[in-house]
Design a protein around this ligand. Sequence first.
Ligand code: HAM
Length: 431
Amino acid sequence: MAQKIQSVKGMNDLLPVEQKDFKLTAAFWQAFEDVVGRWAKSYGYSQIRTPIVEQTGLFVRSIGEETDVVGKEMYTFSDSNDSLSLSLRPEGTASCLRAVVEHNLLYNSPQKLWYMGPMFRRERPQKGRYRQFHQVGIEALGFEGPDIDAEIIAMSADLWDKLGIRGYLTLEINSLGNRKERAAHRAALVDYLTRYEDKLDDDSKRRLKTNPLRVLDSKNPDLQEICNAAPRLVDYLGEESQAHYRCFKTMLDGLDIKYVENPRLVRGLDYYNQTVFEWTTDKLGAQATVCGGGRYDGLIEELGGKPAASIGFAMGIERLLLLVHEYGSLKADAAPDVYVIHQGDGADLQAMKYAQALRAAGFDVMQHSGCQSLKAQMKKADASGARFALIVAQSELESGSATLKDLQGMHGQQTVAAADLINTLQQWKSA
Ligand code: HAM
């Protein structure tokens, strides 16, 4: 026998059934996508779909060369015909903005866009952290806030309500101020951290040189005391940034959305300023952040567009759905309404005609293929999870009828004329 080929490490198949170490099924995922599509539309967001591969320079310029995502985790290769460097997208914001600038979508009005799809980061795989993972993201482009900052938080909270997981999530917020304020804070932080350089681990020493703010993100317990006492960015915010942050918080209070202020929340991508936030959970082990985002007021300009203040967020679908699977209210509905059973010469053709008529009337119908005994087919009908069975055997064929059976017992079994089939099933289903 030929050797089997395995999937790539950290990249999951989505199957019709649960796997031992990956509980999410394609039907569950589909149920989530249905909810998300309606949710995004209800807030006035339009969908955008961009390629999975982009020029590497897009991510270097937007996410930042010194970030872990760009510096260590991208899948980068050169196109065989030329020397252009390409990368699998590690996130959706850069691609979304590249498309907006390229197609001049902001020429006469702001844009509210959403997207969903696979992203790629070469991280060490573990539960909730994959090399191919999926995000749903929203981007509100051309809005200065802080009203939109609060609205998108309310929008995310609304989705948690719809999925039944609001109670398992905590909202953490912070303000990163503007570029000048961050530069002043950065200088003070470098000064401070340099004094403790011999106590820093290798990762933090590297970050001190490349991206000192990220040292504060360190999970190393030995560094917590140093990080806690470090200069705080909030203390460097000027009046305008403070007013933006204050107004944002007042609106969250008014919307009755609870939050925790985390002055060390800095996010892992370089493009953020002012409002940043994350929704975290203590139910997924180390991979606690389910959704993150913030303002990136300068990014569109950096990518060649006209300046347009903007904000957005993205959620990791795997992390979110692992939480929803365990604690939430979303139900996958993969079972058909009706399983069609047939026996005898010509019964399969008649059964197929009934099945087509039922589908046209809005029922999900699975027809039995092949010719097994009625008993064996009935077993298959039960196993399919269908609510009803429709049986066409010799007697039904001769009398132009079909027998309906409620597999959950409520309506029993009844033989009805072909003309009454749809009506009877509609009544049974709605009873
Ligand atoms: P991010 O924080 O890098 O932000 O990713 C957003 C979410 O994607 C994370 O909170 C997490 O749930 C999920 N995620 C990230 N990496 C992985 C992974 N390796 N495996 C599973 N899930 C993962 C962004 O990507 C920004 N583009 C968000 C944004 C949109 N900011 C403004 N607009």
